[in-house]
Every structure is written in structure tokens, then in C-alpha cells.
Design a protein around this ligand. Structure first.
Ligand code: KG4
Ligand code: ZN
Length: 339
């Protein structure tokens, strides 16, 4: 019997719905929210309201693009957390209502698991291979920076994480002090391609073996700019490309140094990256170079599956459904949820 899963993602500022059938993705629709742009960050109350406006049309489009009817859906998966509570509530309430109305199981998904499991997404006609287990994944997003091992039973173990800011936050905050719009990561990425990554050097944390820290780097960058601007008030404009290249290189070096240690310590050579920062072209290039030196088999997600999307929720929900891992109607969203 075919198994068709509808999935909803609403943890931050993207409303997304996807359909997976028998482990293959049929559709993945995302409605972004431009309303936050002028505020320099996501405004939770506005995000929640935009999810309410977007969720029904996005689900409708996901079903019609997949060529399925609501009565064809066997289970509905949704992001339970972590994320913004008001945003999560919209997706959770919709999923609960849908499951109740169609009398089908509800499957709750941890957003962080889903970023990692995006490596198991398959589409008909594309023959991308999926990782062998155990698999080591560097999860780098706006809210998280973690080293995660997926073991032989598809269970996830965190072996390192940030003690303060996430890597995406470091990109966004450094971009903000250079006057770039939110989210700044992609702007730094673009400018970095024309800059000299060795021109400026910034502080690197010395911290527990597999953990990360980015708050010192952010402060160092801020003070460096403040001092330079005293000498030349056009310093940022004159050096935007070199500044971007240098800060990007520093963040990438910090990220991959620990990934190499983790791989050597665990002996795992199946390596992936996931999350919004996995879209960074410098990080992708560096991982590809390391693959050669370290003998890694690497998995770089397609760009559309790096930032938040319901496709990753759908594939994770599919695996959980196969494990009979259902949620009850009493399930509530969680702003904080561990791996
Ligand atoms: O996974 P995601 O969409 O949302 C969270 O769950 O946080 O990640 C968003 C983060 C933002 O910090 C954004 O600046 C960063 O991913 N990002 C990038 C790039 N594209 C997105 N950072 C660096 N380079 C990029 N190309
Ligand atoms: Zn995310």
C-alpha cells in the first residue's frame, strides 16, 4: 500500500508544506515573509500572523503540485520545535486539525533531526545517494551549531555544540554591523567571493574539544570596525569585500577544525553539512577540499534543502511513521527541544 505523508514546517519565518510518497518527495512549497526585512530580524508576533495567513494556501498548493487529494494523505507530520512558540503553534494547530478531520495519525518532528535527515530526501528521477551509517553531520543554522552522529539505528547523538551564538548568528551579526540587511549570511557569502580572506585576521575561540563559541569573534569584529572607523569613516565601504572574505574564512575555519577532530576521533568518514549556513559557498568548497585530504565521502544538501523547508519534516515524519512513532492530540509545541 502506498504511504503518503503531508508535512508542515512553521518554526521561524517560513511557512512550508510538503508531500512525500513512499519516501520520495512530490512537492515542497515555501512562503517566505518579507514583513521582517525592515526590522533587521524576525519579529515573532508578525511571523505568527503571517503563518496564519499563509498556511492554508501553502498546503493547498503542496497537495495540488503533488497531484494528491487531502483524502490520499495517510499521516500528517509537523515541526514541534525548537523555534518561535507563536510560529510553531500555527503549524501544530493546523496539523492537529487536519489529522482530526481526516482521522489519520499525527507525527511530531524535531526541527534539528529534520535538518540532519534532509540527507535522506530523494526525488524520482534524481539518483543522489544517501549516507551510510554511522554518519557525522555538522548542523549549522541561524539558531544552532552542532556536531551530530547518526548511529546504525538512525538515532541521533550530539557530540558537540555551541556554548553561545550559532554560526548563522555570527554571519548575521557581523553583516548587520557592516550595514547589510537581515539575514546577512548570503550577503557576506556573495561579497566574500570578490575579497581577500587573508587581509584581516580575527580571534578564534579556545574552547572544549568539540564545542563551539562565536560570541568572542562577534565582539572582536565589532571593536575592530569601531577602531578602524575612527581613522577612516568609510572603512567599511572601502573594504566590504575583504572584510566579508576574512570573517567568512574565520567562521569556516572554526567550523571545520572541530569537524575534522570529530571525524578523526569517531573514525566516521561519512560526512554531511545541514542547515541554512550549509548554503555557504566557502564552506561547501572547504568541505570538498577536506574530503580529498581526509578520505571523506561527503553529502552537501541541495541549496533549497539547506534553509527551512517542509520536505525535511516530511522525510523525517515518514521514518517515524514507519516506526509507529505517533503523537497524540494533546501534543504541544516546544520553543526549546534538544536533539
Ligand atoms: O536553517 P535556517 O534557514 O534557519 C534556522 O533554523 O536558523 O538558517 C538561517 C541562517 C541565517 O543565519 C542565514 O544568514 C544563514 O542561515 N545563511 C547563510 C547563507 N544562507 C543562509 N550563511 C552564510 N552563507 C550563506 N550563503
Ligand atoms: Zn532550521
Amino acid at each position: 500500500m502506498p504511504l503518503t505523508i503531508l508535512a508542515i514546517e512553521s518554526s521561524c519565518d517560513d511557512t512550508s508544506a510538503a508531500v512525500v510518497k513512499d519516501g520520495y518527495l512530490l512537492s515542497n512549497l515555501i512562503a517566505g515573509q518579507d514583513v521582517h526585512r525592515s526590522y533587521g530580524g524576525v519579529v515573532p508576533e508578525l511571523a505568527s500572523r503571517a503563518h496564519q495567513a499563509n498556511i492554508v494556501p501553502v498546503v493547498d498548493q503542496a497537495l495540488s503540485k503533488a497531484g494528491v487529494h487531502s483524502t490520499d494523505i495517510d499521516a500528517v507530520a509537523f515541526t514541534r520545535g525548537p523555534g518561535l512558540l507563536g510560529s510553531l503553534l500555527v503549524g501544530t494547530s493546523f496539523a492537529k486539525g487536519f489529522a482530526l478531520a481526516m482521522n489519520i495519525p499525527l507525527v511530531e518532528v524535531n526541527h534539528l533531526h529534520a535538518h540532519v535527515f534532509s540527507h535522506w530526501l530523494r526525488e524520482k528521477g534524481s539518483d543522489g545517494s544517501t549516507p551510510s551509517l554511522p554518519f557525522l553531520c555538522l548542523l549549522v543554522s541561524g539558531g544552532h551549531t552542532q556536531l551530530i552522529v547518526v548511529d546504525e539505528h538512525m538515532k541521533l547523538n550530539e557530540i558537540g555544540s555551541t556554548i553561545d551564538d550559532a554560526a548563522g548568528e555570527a554571519f548575521d551579526k557581523c553583516a548587520k554591523v557592516m550595514g547589510m540587511p537581515y539575514p546577512g549570511g548570503p550577503h557576506i557569502d556573495r561579497l566574500a567571493s570578490g575579497g581577500d580572506p587573508e587581509r584581516f585576521s580575527f580571534t578564534r575561540p579556545s574552547i572544549g574539544k568539540l564545542d563551539y563559541s562565536f560570541s568572542g569573534l562577534k565582539t572582536n569584529f565589532l571593536y575592530f570596525l569601531r577602531d578602524e572607523l575612527k581613522k577612516n569613516n568609510a572603512f567599511i565601504d572601502d573594504n566590504k569585500e575583504d572584510l566579508s572574505a576574512s570573517i567568512q574564512k574565520t567562521i569556516i575555519d572554526i567550523l571545520v577544525d572541530k569537524l575534522v577532530i570529530a571525524s578523526r576521533e569517531t573514525g566516521i568518514k561519512e560526512i554531511g553539512i545541514a542547515g541554512g549556513v550549509a548554503a555557504n559557498s566557502g564552506l561547501r568548497k572547504k568541505i570538498s577540499l577536506l574530503a580529498r585530504d581526509e578520505g571523506w565521502q561527503i553529502y552537501l544538501p541541495e541549496l533549497r534543502y539547506t534553509t527551512d523547508n517542509a520536505a525535511m519534516i516530511a522525510i523525517t515524519g515518514y521514518f517515524k511513521y514507519l516506526d509507529n512513532d505517533y503523537a497524540g492530540q494533546d501534543v504541544v509545541p516546544r520553543a526549546r527541544l534538544k536533539i
